[in-house]
Design a protein around this ligand. Sequence first.
Ligand code: NAI
Length: 396
Amino acid sequence: MIIEPRMRGFICLTAHPQGCAQNVVNQINYVKSRGAIDGPKRVLVIGASTGFGLSSRITAAFGSGAATIGVFFEKPAQEGKTASPGWYNSAAFQQEAKKAGLYARSINGDAFSDEIKNKTIDLIKKDLGQIDLVIYSLASPVRTHPKTGVTHRSVLKPLGGVFSNKTVDFHTGVVSTVTIQPGTDEDVANTVAVMGGEDWKMWIDEMMKAGVLADNAVTVAYSYIGPAVTEAVYRKGTIGKAKDDLEATAFTITDDMKGINGKAYVSVNKALVTQASSAIPVIPLYISLLYKTMKEKHIHEGCIEQIQRLYADRLYTGKQVPVDVSGRIRIDDWEMRDDVQEKVATLWEEATTETLPAIGDLAGYKTEFLNLFGFAVPGVTYGEDTNELVDVEGLI
Ligand code: NAI
């Protein structure tokens, strides 16, 4: 079929297999160009098919030569209907790992369920024995709790009062004011249930019980802080409560891993265009101003640059892992630099529909959004008949 982008709201309904594959190859080439990392050899990535999780898998495999198991929740293609981008990304990753002689297996299913945890642990026992690094990189709007059966839905709302600020529809470039009603206690509880630390802890507890974590194993989950302009809707909103919970859980998990001298970290990452972040009001406008500023200063990074730096300059330097006063790894350091934030704050005041194309990187945002689905990727020929039915090899 001829595959073209079909947008609906904040999502794209189609994905291009060759474009997704090219993105994966580009990330692999970047990691290789940075040289070998003396890192982990057996790695489990939960949320491995897109965004930071995909980059974490690629960095482990092609930076450290690691055997990887990836868990994700993606849709395969049907005749005439493309797969989700994470499916095509994973198909390409599996192919490239095979070519490089690297062990790689993938599990497609609900990571919040007991079933997928058990399946993953059985696979580890069978093939790898133990794991040195567990990356926890899920971004989901919904979680069915495995013990209660209750389905929780996360929401992106401010707390304590109505919030109004600028936002942009990045498809049209129109800057407008968005007003969001505050969340309730129930909204907070649901958002914490989906995006907080409980499921991360369940994974590690089950893995500890099964004896599949190696001595000195490390686990890392991802968080975000960001600037004052997004604070009400992000860090001080419902999602921020979930991130507070995730960050606090790192300490509990480290205690649980004492017997193997293990350690749980939260890494605070930079704001980036991913499927998850595009759905948050206010954030796309902030990102387009941030990208412009960081590109001008030659310190712009995407997921792969961020994660390569996380492994090479933070986790696997042979020295103690540097953390902030709250015990978190910071790879948002360049985003949060005073000169960057001061510039973005000034641009924020100036941003209107008319000014944004010049003062913000709206074009970069749009392109990166299309890239997530395998479109507008340099070197890929579009408009040709393409087989949408692609298998993920190594799928268990
Ligand atoms: P993403 O949407 O690109 O990736 C999410 C991953 O989770 C995919 O692999 C997807 O298949 C998987 N997934 C979702 N629900 C699942 C389920 N029920 N079972 C199994 N797999 C499931 O998201 P992104 O942006 O890479 O986010 C990952 C983490 O990084 C999140 O914790 C997010 O808050 C954090 N983060 C994101 C930032 C951003 O700007 N995008 C900035 C800093 C942190």
